[in-house]
Design a binder for this molecule. Structure first.
Ligand SMILES: [Fe+2]
Length: 307
């Protein structure tokens, strides 16, 4: 299905909005390369360490991007991510740069048009860059290439809100498979049945593994009603069932999501990013085909909507 575009989301001289080719709800924005070059030139003198240390500089980047894309660009991005029909978009640098510092700046500007980035405990700053390679010795699925990274939401084991998440592809070599997988709650045919089960509104305990550098324990239900309607919070690796009944419910829920025809595979070219509403989208990754030379680098950012 191709959801109709809201009337006020039609084309603009500096960007065009179209349905995403791989996903019936996501929108794809094509940005004017000249405007992107202007932005990158304007922020050339700002180094990434400055962004890591000084939060207001991240918003300064967002404001600079608006100056090139048009003042309503930020409101347009917010409207898409908050809109239950869409809830997410992809866009990219249109081959105007392959420099990873430019990627960090561009991703930061897009994220901060939505609102402040959250602290990422894994990296110690507001974004994290990580590699997926042939071998991995970590303690979660994030960097393990050859297994399915099961559908989940972000921020389950921290108490601060995670309204949106952004993932940007920095580089990719010798990669077959490994596509992103997304499930919008309203496309999951068994959602209602799991949401109405009393276990769905019971508090579940979450604890993170060592690599996340988060020692707090958080309790939250799988389903809740929020500002954007029925919302979900779930990740199989970090939820700690307290009895066999909770465990069986979580097992069935995860299986149902993985097997849902609503779960769509989306490809993301280098230099492109995807932003999702973290309340009603689940995300995961398909396994890669084995290759010793496999190399993929991604950046993630997570944050809240500006108040
Ligand atoms: Fe995630």
């Amino acid at each position: 299905m191709n959801a109709p575009l809201p009337l006020n989301l039609c084309s603009n001289t500096n960007y065009e909005i179209s349905p995403h080719p791989d996903h019936p709800r996501l929108l794809h924005l094509r940005l004017n390369p000249q405007a992107l070059r202007g932005f990158l030139d304007n922020v050339r003198h700002i180094d990434v360490q400055n962004l890591e240390y000084v939060p207001f500089m991240r918003f300064h980047l967002a404001k600079t991007l608006l100056a090139h894309m048009g003042e309503e660009f930020g409101a347009t991005l917010q409207r898409i991510v908050k809109d239950r029909k869409h809830g997410g978009f992809t866009l990219g640098l249109e081959n105007t740069s392959n420099n990873s510092e430019d990627f960090v700046k561009f991703g930061t500007a897009i994220g901060h048009l939505l609102g402040p980035g959250n602290h990422d405990s894994m990296s110690g700053t507001y974004y994290a860059r990580f590699l997926v390679k042939h071998t991995d010795a970590s303690d979660s699925y994030l960097r393990q290439a050859y297994r399915l990274f099961t559908l989940h939401t972000d921020g389950t084991f921290v108490s601060e809100a995670t309204d949106w998440l952004l993932m940007m592809k920095f580089s990719e070599l010798n990669a077959i498979g490994g596509e992103s997988r997304f499930l919008h709650l309203d496309d999951w045919e068994e959602c209602e049945q799991f949401a109405q089960n009393p276990l769905g509104s019971q508090s579940m305990l979450y604890k993170a593994p060592g690599s996340k550098n988060v020692s707090e324990q958080v309790e939250r239900p799988v389903f809740f009603l929020g500002e954007y309607g029925l919302s979900v919070s779930f990740i199989d690796q970090f939820v700690q069932p307290q009895n066999s009944e909770q465990a069986a419910y979580l097992y069935e829920l995860s299986q149902s999501m993985e097997n849902s025809p609503g779960t769509k595979t989306v490809s993301l070219p280098v230099g492109n990013l995807v932003v999702l509403n973290n309340y009603f989208y689940l995300h995961g990754r398909a396994p890669f085909e084995p290759n010793e030379q496999l190399h993929r680098e991604l950046m993630r950012q997570r944050g809240m909507f500006a108040k």
